[in-house]
Design a protein around this ligand. Structure first.
Ligand code: HEM
Length: 447
């Protein structure tokens, strides 16, 4: 990667400021214009897009900017191995990393299967899962809303869309947490187990199809192989987890720490879905999205981009761009009312689950407000700790206190609703099937 003039390259790795990086994004824009050179890891360079319109243009133009990270010059130079790189820099055989016709072939079963999900039935499942998670701590008068609620909830919901009982969702959540954790040896084993999980899920659904995402992808006219369906199912799990967790966590933090927003919300001036938009503008759970690879030399702002350079989608920076910036200081301080934030992406890879994600987050936030009377932050706001990643803005934990309440114990295991979030399979894993054995392995590990 080169530039017409020698420029200072900003390191994105290292410390994670509690107040976020808004000052950094503004300073970079002032210094470099809409594109800044950055280092992702020691010696690994990329361009960070800071302008709203520049981000949008790159997301929408797959002819000039590829999603296939194997085309990155850092990969060609051997500085990054996309097979083993951290998730942000990796490549996997799924829709997210494909371009053009191959992308359309892998994406269409995902989009069409998500379109078959019965949103009303799923809304009831989300509320049932939210209530059960709250039931586990409501009598205590205190909880960590990240580890006990916002983290497990999305994975349990998506697991229900695979037609599996919650036990499998907890296993998947645990495995995913190990992958994202610090212990690389355990991380490698968890990656292998997750792959096994999805491969075996596909085997089970081939034998016993049902009204669920994997069965629908298997019967889709695109004709994906079993292995391809397993990879797309894993993508749905990965793509849905962290962003939804941190959207719920950041929204709860905003309500607990920002009196103006809380008042606007309780006075019904700011409905929950608009509150989510405010958080996606101001406290974007995904700060930076990696990456698009330039397919030919081009110029953006002052930057001379070379073919093979990586461009990072700067959501948080784009949302601060004076060209589109909302008035955050006037009136209630709310940045909602407009859904033009880029949080769900744009162009061919735009999130196919935008409405589902919104629904999950709205129900998750509402359930907490209804169930936890007198909810307060248990620590000073400045003591909250953040996930140490420049890509993500999310809390490690969100400790709260509240008036102890009673579990509601909603009725369990209603019959499966066609096209909905089925819960018909037995809670006890069948021993004769590899997926069931995997669940038994995980149970043994926990005791
Ligand atoms: C707040 C929650 C969510 C946010 C902010 C979010 C955001 C995004 C964004 C920005 C992309 C585009 C990635 C790119 O262009 O490189 C994306 C893609 C994707 N998302 Fe979401 N997402 C969320 C939840 C979900 C959920 C719940 C699911 C599934 C149930 C999901 C499934 C996917 C899939 C499969 C893709 C890949 C699409 C493709 O490459 O064609 N997401 N998401």
């Amino acid at each position: 990667m080169t530039n017409a003039h020698p420029v200072e390259v900003t390191r994105l790795y290292g410390t994670t400021p509690g107040a976020g990086r808004d000052d950094l994004w503004n300073a970079l824009r002032e210094h470099h214009g809409p594109v800044a050179p950055v280092e992702l890891e020691s010696g690994v360079r990329a361009w960070l897009l800071l302008g709203y319109h520049e981000n949008l243009a790159v997301l929408q133009n797959q002819h000039l900017f590829s999603r296939d990270t194997r085309r990155w010059s850092e990969v060609a130079a051997g500085r990054v191995d996309p097979a083993t790189a951290r998730p942000t820099l990796s490549w996997r055989p799924n829709a997210l990393y494909a371009d053009g016709a191959e992308h359309a072939r892998l994406r269409s079963p995902i989009v069409d299967s998500l379109a078959r999900v019965d949103m009303s039935a799923t809304a009831r499942t989300v509320r049932r899962i939210a209530d059960e998670l709250v039931d586990a701590f409501v009598a205590d008068g205190s909880a960590d809303l990240v580890s006990e609620y916002a983290d497990p909830l999305p994975v349990l919901v998506v697991n229900s869309l695979y037609g599996l009982p919650d036990g499998y969702g907890y296993m998947l959540g645990d495995l995913t947490a190990i992958v994202l954790g610090e212990d690389s040896r355990r991380g490698e084993e968890a990656v292998a187990r997750i792959h096994q999980y999805f491969s075996e899920l596909v085997v089970r659904k081939r034998e016993r199809p049902g009204p669920d995402l994997v069965s629908w992808m298997l019967e889709h006219p695109a004709g994906l192989s079993d292995d391809e369906v397993a990879h797309q199912a894993a993508l749905i799990n990965n793509a849905s987890h962290q962003a939804t967790t941190h959207l719920i966590g950041n929204t709860m933090r905003t309500l607990l720490t920002d009196a103006r927003i809380r008042t606007a919300h309780t006075d019904a001036l700011l409905p929950t879905h608009e509150l989510l938009d405010h958080v996606m503008w101001t406290d974007a759970p995904c700060q930076i999205l990696p990456a698009r690879i330039a397919l030919q030399d081009t110029r953006i702002g002052n930057a001379e981009i070379r073919a093979g350079d990586a461009l990072l989608i700067g959501f948080a920076a784009a949302h601060l761009d004076p060209a589109v910036r909302c008035d955050r200081d006037g009136g209630t301080g709310v940045s909602s009312g407009r859904r033009a934030h880029l949080m769900f992406g744009a162009g061919p890879h735009a999130c196919p689950a935008r409405e589902l994600s919104r629904m999950i987050a709205v129900i998750a936030v509402t359930a907490l407000q209804e169930r936890l009377a007198g909810m307060r932050l248990a620590v000073a706001p400045e003591e909250l700790r953040w996930v140490p990643s420049p890509f993500t803005r999310g809390l490690r934990e969100l400790p709260v206190t509240f008036t102890p309440g009673e579990p509601v114990a909603p009725p369990r295991r209603e019959s499966a609703e066609p096209g909905g979030a089925p819960e018909a399979e037995e809670a006890d894993a069948p021993e004769d099937d590899l997926l069931g054995r995997l669940l038994h392995w995980w149970h043994d590990l926990r005791v």
